[in-house]
Structures are given as C-alpha cells and as structure tokens.
Design a binder for this molecule. Sequence first.
Ligand SMILES: CC(C)(COP(=O)(O)OP(=O)(O)OC[C@H]1O[C@@H](n2cnc3c(N)ncnc32)[C@H](O)[C@@H]1OP(=O)(O)O)[C@@H](O)C(=O)NCCC(=O)NCCS
Length: 334
Amino acid sequence: MSLLDEIKAKAASRKKTIVLCEGEDKRVVEAAAKITKEGIAKIVLIGNKEECNRVAPGVELKGITLVDPLTSDKTAEYANILYEARKAKGMTLEQAMEQAKDRTMFGALMLKAGDVDGYVSGACHSTANTLRPGLQVVKTAPGIQTVSSCFIMIAPKGGNPYNPDGVAVFADCAINIEPTAEQLADIAISSAKTAKSIAGIEPRVAMLSFSTKGSGNDDKFYQTVPKMQNAVSIAKTKAPELALDGEFQFDAAVAPEVGALKAPDSKVAGHANVFVFPNINAGNIGYKIAQRFGGYMAIGPICQGFAKPLNDLSRGCNVEDIVATVAVTALQAD
Ligand SMILES: CC(C)(COP(=O)(O)OP(=O)(O)OC[C@H]1O[C@@H](n2cnc3c(N)ncnc32)[C@H](O)[C@@H]1OP(=O)(O)O)[C@@H](O)C(=O)NCCC(=O)NCCS
C-alpha cells in the first residue's frame, strides 16, 4: 500500500468532519463527492445546491452537508467569535458580521467554534487569503508561535540509499520567507510532529546550511550560519526529547560517512529524515530538485503549527490533490 493510500485509510478510520470552503469550484464539488463516497471524511461544503449543480452538473451531493454563510443561522454566532478574536485589532461587530459571510472566514470560524475538525481551501483563493482567516482566528498551537508548512517527500521506486525510510520531510518550502532563529526552531518542532503523525517515521531533524558545525566562514553581513546555530539551540531547549542537530550541509545530514567525518558526535548527522531549510528560497528550490531530478513525489504543502488543522490547496490542484489534502487534514485533527 502506498503512503498516500495508508493516509487515506487512516483518515477513513477517524471519521473526522472537514470543511471545504469553495463550493463555487467544480474540482472541490467533485472531490467532496469522492471523499464522501469513499468514506475518507465527512464533508461540510460551503456553497448551495443550485451553485454546485451549476458548476458540477450530475455530481452526487448526497451525504455532503451544504452550508451557505448568507443564509446560515450560525453566521451571527460566528461573527461574535470573530469580533472577540479581532476587537483588540480595531474590528467592530458590524465589520465582523460582514466578514463572517466570507466563505474562507466562515470556514475558519466553523473550525474555531468546534463545528468541524479541519479546514481545506485555496483551490480558487491565494495562499494569503486562504491562511489569513486561520492566522487571525484559529491561531497557533500551544508552545508554537509560527505557522509553517512542509512537504512529505516519497522516494521513487527502487528507493534511495541516503533515505532508508523511503520518506522525508522538507520545511519550510511555502510560507515563511526569511524565518528568524525562533521561527526556524518552531518549524523544526512542527515538522517533527508532521513526520511522526502523517509520514509515519521517527523524526531525526537536520537544520540545514552551507556549513557543518561551524565549518563555513559566514560573512559579516548575512550571519546565516549563526542564525541556524541559534535555531538549533532554541529547538533543543524547547524540545529536548527530539533527535535534532545542526547546522549541517545536506551531505553531512544524509551520508553516514560524511556525517561521521564532519560531525562525529552527532546522532542525527548522516541519518536525518526531516530537513529544515534556512529560508523559503532554499526550501522551495530544494524540494523541486528532489522532485524533478530525484524522482521524489511531493505531498503538500502541509500546514503545521495551527491550533487546529487548516490546509491550503494549490490553485492548480486536481480532484485527487484535494482528496489527499482532506485525508492529511483529518490525520492532523485531534
Ligand atoms: C503566511 C502569509 C500568507 C500571511 O500573509 P498575510 O495575511 O499578509 O499576513 P499578515 O502579515 O497580514 O498577518 C496576519 C496575521 O497573521 C500573523 N501571522 C502572519 N504570518 C504568520 C505565521 N507564519 N505564523 C503565525 N502567525 C502569522 C500576523 O502576526 C498577523 O497577526 P495579527 O493580525 O493578529 O497581528 C504570508 O507570510 C505569505 O504570503 N507567505 C508566502 C506565501 C507564498 O507566497 N507562498 C508561495 C507558495 S509556494
């Protein structure tokens, strides 16, 4: 069974309720029907019957709960939740009433209220518009200040000698552009959690750099090596039980002979399976190299660090991508 099939099967056994916010999108309506038919999760779809029938004619809506913020009797209650979360930022109750009718905000408020277990959107909204409602009302998990993202990378058939698990986690490739040391520590801790709960591997986290244990002579302006070293020490203090180390070059992180040479005292060097990149440029380029040159399959981006699970689809997604994202979201739910 592939990892993706395992994720779907595990999700099906959990029977979580996930809100899909974009009933105006054909792919989302088709995915809602497929997820319902296959029993992967219970779906609340934000939209109405006429609209779904118009964008996705002939698609079976039986078993899907349709909710329209313009007519729902919950909108006023959700507006109050939004008002409480944002009044310190100057939001009025009238503004909250108006914003609660927005589909992505409505979905995030359903999640905050505990009426669903997870949220998936972004098939026809930008990353910022998809995640902002979550950042504003759902906020971060206890002990975590930074929402981040990762990709689960699955080795091609035949495996890869440097990745005996056949699975790796790369972060952050999609949200935090130039993370601070504190943010990198949060990214590492959240990625380890995702590695365990979704990828099913025991995490060994490498904080990546162009330098291994001080070998790189960082320039005086950018200070990227000290930043990564600082991130290692913050992460070790926040999560002392975690197998985490760095800073490492990628070969020192994955090749046992290089790890033993350059970081002989490290338990992670040479054996890492979770990789934290110094910034979004490195992370995004890195996962695409693994995908295109290495033949790895990428699942994600998976959002992590929220108090409750929210995930962002790519606007180029297909029905299968939406189904997979809903399954991952169901596994992230408590
Ligand atoms: C995550 C992202 C979408 C947030 O965008 P945004 O809505 O413009 O963010 P804002 O700066 O307005 O912040 C909104 C709130 O979220 C908080 N926030 C923003 N990013 C956060 C993060 N990573 N973790 C936790 N909180 C965050 C802010 O502190 C702010 O809180 P407040 O309003 O209560 O003070 C933005 O960082 C982004 O666009 N990242 C790059 C995404 C991208 O282009 N990816 C490419 C895909 S490959």
